[in-house]
Design a binder for this molecule. Sequence first.
Ligand SMILES: [Zn+2]
Length: 464
Amino acid sequence: MSKELGMTHKKSDLSEWYVEVVRKADLAEYSPVEGCIIIKPYGYAIWERIYEWLNERIKETGHKNVYFPLLIPERLLKKEAEHFEGFTPEVAWVTHGGKKKLNERLAIRPTSETIMYTTFSKWIRSYKDLPLKVNQWANIVRWETKMTKPFLRGREFLWQEGHTAHRTNEDADEEVEKMLNVYKELAEDVLAIPVLAGKKTDSEKFAGALYTMSIEGLMPDGKALQMGTSHNLGQHFSKVFDIKFSDEDEKKKHVWQTSWGVSTRLIGAVVMVHGDDKGLVLPPKVAPIQVVIVPIPSNERTVEEAQKLADALHPLRVEIDERERTPGFKFNDWELRGVPVRIELGEREIESGELTIFRRDTRERAKLLSKDAKEGIERILDEIQSNLFDRARKFLESRMDVAKSVDELVEKINEGKIVRAAVCPEHESKVKELCGATPRIISGRGKCIFCGKDCNEVWFAKTY
Ligand SMILES: [Zn+2]
C-alpha cells in the first residue's frame, strides 16, 4: 500500500482530516482561484444523487425549473435596501466587457431574487397567474473573506434556489414549511443526517425576509452547520419590484413570496458526519458506487463471475475492480472512498457459492450465499443507511443540552454542545462575545438568562 493512499490524519483532528478526505477520496481539489474548488467526478456524482432526489421532489410539489442570467445589474440589486446591505460585502462585480468599461457594474449573482422578481412583475397580472412556483439549479458566487473550506464554505458553489409568489401570506407560510420539510427529509432519509428544524431569530434571517426557517446539523466538533433554508419574503420584494395581481375582488394586491435553497455544502456535511479514521463513509442512497466487487486474484474466471454477480445486482450501482493492484491496496482505496459494501470474490467463494461481504460502516465481514446476493445486499444497504442515521442521531442527542444561566451556557458551548437557552435579541451578541456561539433556531419561550426579560428560547452553537 502506497503512503499516498491511506489517511494520515485521524478524525479527531477534524480540520486536517476533512481536507485530506476530500482530496484523497477524490471528491474535489483546489483551483487556481482561491476559495473556488474543482469538483471531481466522484464528488460530482454525490451531487447528482442529491440533485436527482431533490429535483424530483421539487417537481412533485408543483415547481418548474427555469434559468436566469448569471449577471445582475447593480440597480436591480440595490432596489431592496436590506437585501443589498446584506449581500454587498460579498458580491463580485463585473466592471469591463472586453476592454470597455461598463456604464453599470454587473453583479455575479450571490442569489437571484432581484433579477427574478423584476421578471415576475411582467409574468404576474391576475390571481389566475398564482401561485407562481419556479426553481433554478445554478452556481452562485459569494466573495467570502473568512477562511474557506472545500464544500463547506467557498466563493463559488452549486445550489438550487426555489422562488414562489402567492396570493396570501398563509399560502406563503405553507410553502415555506412544505419546502423545509422536503429539506429535512433530504437530510435525514437520504443523507442520514439528523437535523434540528425551525425558525431563525431576526438577527440570523435572510436579508430582506419576513422570517427564515432552517435545518441545522451538528458536526463532530460540536459546530452547527446550516444545511438548508426556506424564507418567507412577505411583500418586501413585491412592493419594491412592483409585483401586483388583480384579485377576485378586482383590487390590485402585492404578492407574497418565498425562496428556499440547498447547496453543495451538503456534500461537506456528509463527509463530516459519517467519515471515520479510514476515510469517507457514504450513506448508500448518495453513494456513487454502492457495491464494489473485488475479484481475487483478478483473472478471467473471477472477473467473469464478478460480471455475472454485477448483472444480478442490477439496478444497484456496482463497480468491478479489475485494476492490477494487490487486494490490500484495493480494500484500502475503497474504504477511503466510503463505498458501503465490498464483495470479495475469489476461487474459494466461487466454489462454495458463498460470498464474503465487507460493510464499510461497521468494518465487519459477513457471509452471504451467492444465490441470495441481490436480496441480501439490498438488505445490508438498508441497514447501513439506517445505522448511519442512528449513529448520527445518538451523537446529536448526546450533544443537545439546556442552560439556565450565562455561565452554564458558556461552559456547555465550550464542551462542544448545542445548547437551548432563553436570550433576548439585545443579548445575542453578548453570547457570541463570551463563547463564539450564535443563535441557530428558536426552540420556544423563556426568560432571558442575562436580563430576565420574556423572550425566545434559542438553540445556540458555534458554526461553520
Ligand atoms: Zn436579555
